[in-house]
Ligand binder design. Structure first.
Ligand SMILES: Nc1ncnc2c1ncn2[C@@H]1O[C@H](COP(=O)(O)OP(=O)(O)OP(=O)(O)O)[C@@H](O)[C@H]1O
Length: 624
């Protein structure tokens, strides 16, 4: 009004001055607002992210992220190239190649000084328990504490696990308000400048709503209500808030849900390398304990390899720390199954300590195992209250919150106050699933892999099965699975068939009858399947199954073959050939360098050795 009056009075200069002052004040107030909201968000996130569910996630027993955090090995994920050098052809694959170079998560969205380019959308892949969520949490905490990436004004973490629970329609702004600023009357104005706002979608694999990219209509209004899937797809497609940065994490099997065109950079969390494993144990115990643990796990190749997965380090630490303190160290587990049996034993001891014998342990294990097995077969890894109730696990009566379950389960209360449950780790679900399959066989001689509809048609024939038949079905089912979702279950099932493991289980399940069946036929069946198996990953798993059965004859023969100089791999049988690949792929030496000329010199050999070449840092071959 004053401006208009000035103009009417022909005092244009004063009008202009006033206008400029007004605009400046408005700008300052938006900036002030922005930094106030940004600080408020930082405070909220700092509280939410300074502690993590460290493996075993009892409510109230979260650990400080900074206390447990150990640097992870993260790489840019592309394929390797070929380098020529003299008469030796070097094939550099993996880790050392430029495209596979290590990258820090905190640098993922930085402007690159040489090119001036900036990633706007990054997909970070990694297998279960490898540290994706922890990496995301560290990124958020570093930002919230003002340590890194301060050029970003707002970071909004929206884990898919939580978004699954949003059933009503919301606008993007309403969603942000609901999750992050519910205590204020209004949400902030989001800056439109490039790279100022960031959304993090952790756990794409847990997404329970459809993501349809190609057909979806462009949705551009941040204030218009819609369904959560439309918001997510349009943020990724850059229709909604095109200036925003997007970080998505996923297990590999689900990564293809987002077409690669929409992603600027793919990275992979590889877990801990050997040095980082050691650091993890030292940081989470003491140098003496860490040394003992390292020397124990190094004795068993498969445990050592598994420890590149942080969650497995956590399980190893929980199991081995008390065992190594004992005088009698003969009973310390050396196989995967042995480790998980001890893990369950510890859980039971803790349960007794706190709960008394409220529930029959066997009863709970069977219920949990049934849930674990049936849902694993369907690929479901997260559950709601109703899912648990279906298996007789009553949330209301507090069963789930008492002792054992709290230690095996992870409970997340979300904004909607609807609890989401999952096993502390997928491998725990796989172990309990295998235990269930084994116990059902023990009690009823039934094969849990056979569905009721399958059995319907065979009513008149005998339903009782032998352990060999059970093993054969389990192997067949695991080999048929495209994403390997039954691989670990199979390994545990084999391990559970061993007498020594069953003896340890007796402490947990006193009614267990020890099987005295001969495992030779199962081992022969596995060897037969190895010969026919084309996938390197699947054969490796079958070899691990043989290790769980403590049947290492093939490996010993191959080691002997190698120690004799191992020339002309061609003359060995196809079973031994697979064993050779397995031994090479799991040896420390090959990880560093693979000299192919020791085993073959033709192109056919090169093709055959590709799985090994993929695993090694440097592959050497003479001119082919
Ligand atoms: N960098 C790390 N330092 C210390 N411990 C870690 C680290 N990363 C992971 N862990 C341990 O491993 C557990 C699982 O990690 P995380 O939840 O990040 O795995 P993930 O890759 O997100 O797995 P999923 O796909 O199953 O969700 C953590 O609870 C923690 O105990």
């Amino acid at each position: 009004m004053t401006q208009n009056i000035f103009r009417k009075m022909n005092k244009n200069e004063q009008a202009e001055l006033l206008k400029n002052k007004f605009e400046e004040a408005a700008r300052e107030s938006v900036d002030g607002d922005l930094s106030e909201f940004s600080n408020r968000l930082k405070n909220t996130l700092k509280q939410d992210y300074e502690r993590i569910l460290d493996g075993n996630s009892q409510t109230g027993h979260r650990k400080y992220l900074r206390d447990v955090y150990t640097e992870l090995f993260v790489v840019e994920n592309e394929t390797g190239g070929v380098v020529n050098e003299h008469e030796v052809r070097q094939i550099e694959i993996n880790r050392t190649a430029a495209e596979d170079s290590p990258i820090k998560c905190s640098d993922l969205f930085k402007v690159q000084p040489d090119t001036g380019r900036q990633n706007r959308k990054v997909l970070t892949m990694g297998i279960a328990g490898v540290g994706k969520t922890v990496s995301v949490n560290k990124f958020i905490l570093d930002w919230a504490e003002g340590k890194k990436n301060q050029e970003i004004d707002f970071i909004f973490p929206l884990p898919l696990r939580q978004l699954n629970l949003v059933q009503k329609d919301y606008s993007l702004m309403e969603l942000i308000h609901k999750y992050f600023f519910s205590s204020t009357a209004r949400p902030p104005l989001l800056p439109e400048e490039k790279g100022k706002v960031m959304f993090i979608f952790d756990g794409l694999d847990e997404c329970r709503f459809p993501l349809s990219f190609e057909q979806s209509e462009k949705f551009t209004d941040v204030h218009e209500k819609t369904t959560v899937d439309v918001i997510v797809t349009n943020l990724i497609e850059r229709n909604l808030l095109p200036s925003a940065l997007i970080w998505i994490t996923s297990r590999p099997a689900a990564a293809s849900l987002i077409p690669r065109d929409y992603i600027d950079q793919v990275t992979e969390v590889r877990g801990f390398n050997d040095e980082q494993k050691e650091k993890y144990f030292t940081k989470n115990s003491s140098p003496e304990v860490a040394e003992k643990i390292m020397s124990h796990i190094k004795k068993s190749r498969s445990l050592y390899i598994m420890c590149h997965i942080p969650v497995f380090c956590w399980i190893s630490l929980s199991v081995l720390q008390p065992l190594l303190a004992r005088e009698n160290q003969n009973t310390i587990p050396t196989t995967l199954t042995g480790m998980y049996i001890y893990f369950l034993l510890q859980m039971q001891q803790l349960t007794k300590k706190y709960d008394g014998a409220v529930q029959s342990f066997e009863g709970i294990v069977l219920k949990l195992g049934k849930l674990a097995f049936e849902q694993l077969q369907k690929g479901i890894l997260i559950f709601y209250k109703e899912d648990l109730e279906e298996y007789g696990l009553d949330v209301k009566e507090g069963l789930i919150f008492s002792g054992l379950c709290t230690r095996l389960f992870q409970i997340e209360k979300t904004v909607s106050e609807r609890g989401v449950y999952s096993f502390v780790h997928l491998s725990v679900q796989e172990f309990l699933a295998a235990l269930y399959v084994f116990l059902i066989y023990q009690h009823k001689k039934q094969n849990s892999f056979l569905t009721p509809s399958f059995l319907e048609g065979r009513k008149k024939r005998k339903i009782k099965c032998s352990l060999l038949e059970l093993h054969e079905t389990a192997v067949r089912n695991a080999l048929q699975s495209k994403n390997g979702h039954l691989d670990l279950l199979l390994r545990f099932l084999m391990g559970l068939s061993l007498r020594s493991n069953q003896e340890n289980l007796m402490e947990l399940l006193p009614t267990l009858k020890i099987t005295s069946e001969n495992m030779e036929r199962t081992a022969d069946y596995i060897k037969m399947r190895i010969v026919d198996e084309e996938s390197a990953e699947k054969s490796i798993n079958l070899f691990y199954c043989l290790s769980e059965l403590k049947n290492d004859s093939l490996q010993t023969e191959i080691q002997r073959f190698l120690s004799k100089g191992g020339t002309s791999a061609k003359r060995i049988s196809s079973l031994h050939w697979s064993a050779l690949l397995f031994v090479l792929m799991t040896s420390d030496e090959t990880q560093e360098m693979f000299e192919m000329q020791k085993y073959g010199r033709s192109y056919e050999d090169l093709i055959q050795f590709l799985p090994v070449i993929k695993y090694t840092r440097r592959a050497l071959a003479t001119e082919l």
